[in-house]
Design a protein around this ligand. Structure first.
Ligand code: EPS
Length: 383
């Protein structure tokens, strides 16, 4: 399973192609649109989300409501493009420059311009923008739908925003799902959410921005995805790679994560018990993965997002045209986008799990994979 995305933030559209989704998976544009709408939500979002109402167009790979096994092409139009058409013109004759010269600390502006030899930061920021994640959420919805077919379920929620921590550790996944249904910040702790909103308001007043931490829980993942035998087949490594690839993510934890480093082994490792249906564990500090293999417990991941790089009260920078000190450019932006990043996190986790699932039970059609998967469950008594 593989995918690519393309598209500039203010270009005509974002496009994605996914190859390897088997034939016979039921999918609809409205299913994908639901995920796109979730990505657009969140207290603290900027003006762009008021312009866009992301909707997918399925351009290939689906017929009569079912995948064909051929590459699936998806497109999401940028409504904002009409406001940018002259500056984003493809042909020189249609193009009106709108140069950005002062790089924003924390964005890809400076490194990107130096690397690609551009004289306009816009040539970098258009693609470095987290607008790209709309394409990822769209295309990874295919993987999400695939996992659902096999009973798996992925839930993302915000566990910290700025300095405010949510208290959701002891909550069951069903409770978390219920609480975040009505939460603007995808946070399962209403008291913390209220404090988070205040923190966003105060950051907005100060012209500042905020980051945070989201958690992704994948339930009903069978034993045996990923492998210990080679570094690039380890499921935890692949999940961390995909989460780190989301714009602004600076850290990833699995299970206890960094806390495991400071506790003795007796308080970290999950004891094993036998039960009539197989094995049970006393805890899930490993976050559902041991030696790069899913162990049948819930997969629990957390990712840390840095604050948005565009500050309405800009940091010091340098004008690359003149070399003089200057305030960083101000592009319209969000104050905080952690809830949106959690939805993107769900999407990329779905992709990695679907890829690993296909490697283990792979086939060209859903019927073929159903057969192999059911056989695995029955023959090996794995649950
Ligand atoms: C985003 C679209 C962007 C930004 C944001 C995420 O649109 P615009 O640049 O037109 O405002 O709002 O991207 C960033 C925060 C960033 O730093 O690039 C989106 O669709 O999520």
């Amino acid at each position: 399973l593989r995918y690519l995305t393309a598209g500039e933030s203010h270009g005509p559209a974002l496009t994605a192609v996914m190859e390897g989704i088997p034939a016979g998976l039921q999918i609809s544009a409205s299913y994908i649109d639901e995920q796109l709408a979730r990505r657009q939500q969140g207290y603290g979002r900027g003006g762009r989300m008021k312009i866009e109402k992301d909707r997918v167009q399925i351009l290939s790979g689906v017929r009569g409501g079912y995948t064909l096994g051929s590459p699936v092409t998806l497109q999401v139009q940028n409504k904002d493009w009409v406001n940018w058409e002259p500056y984003m013109g493809v042909e020189l004759a249609d193009y009106e420059p709108k140069r950005v010269s002062v790089p924003r600390p924390g964005h890809g502006d400076l490194a990107g311009v130096l690397k690609y030899g551009h004289d306009d930061i816009r040539n970098v920021l258009e693609r470095a923008s987290a607008r790209e994640t709309a394409a990822r959420v769209a295309v990874c919805s295919l993987a999400r739908r695939f996992l659902e077919h096999y009973g798996m379920e992925i839930t993302g929620h915000v566990v910290q925003l700025g300095s405010i921590k949510a208290n959701s550790k002891s909550q069951s996944i069903n409770l978390i799902k219920e609480s975040i249904k009505t939460s603007e910040l995808l946070c399962a702790d209403p008291e913390a959410e209220a404090a988070m909103k205040k923190e966003i308001d105060s950051a907005r007043e100060r012209g500042d921005s905020l980051g945070g931490i989201f958690e992704i829980i994948a339930a009903n993942v069978p034993v045996g995805l990923g492998s210990h035998v080679q570094w690039d087949r380890k499921l935890d490594a692949r999940l961390a790679f995909s989460l780190m690839s989301i714009q602004a993510i600076k850290g990833v934890e699995i299970g206890l994560g960094f806390t495991a480093a400071v506790l003795p082994g007796s308080q970290v490792h999950d004891e094993i018990f036998s039960s009539p249906g197989g094995y049970t564990r006393g805890s899930n500090n490993a976050g559902g993965i041991e030696a790069g293999i899913s162990n049948g417990q819930k997969i629990v991941l957390r990712a840390a997002m840095k604050p948005i790089a565009t500050l309405y009260r800009p940091l010091r920078s340098v004008n690359m045209s003149t070399g003089a000190g200057a305030e960083a450019a101000v592009e319209r932006s969000d104050i905080c986008a952690v809830p949106a990043a959690a939805v993107v996190g769900e999407a990329v986790v779905a992709y990695e799990l679907a890829a690993a699932f296909l490697e283990k039970f792979g086939g060209d059609s859903i019927a073929e994979i159903d057969f192999r998967f059911n056989n695995y469950l029955e023959q090996f008594g794995v649950k």
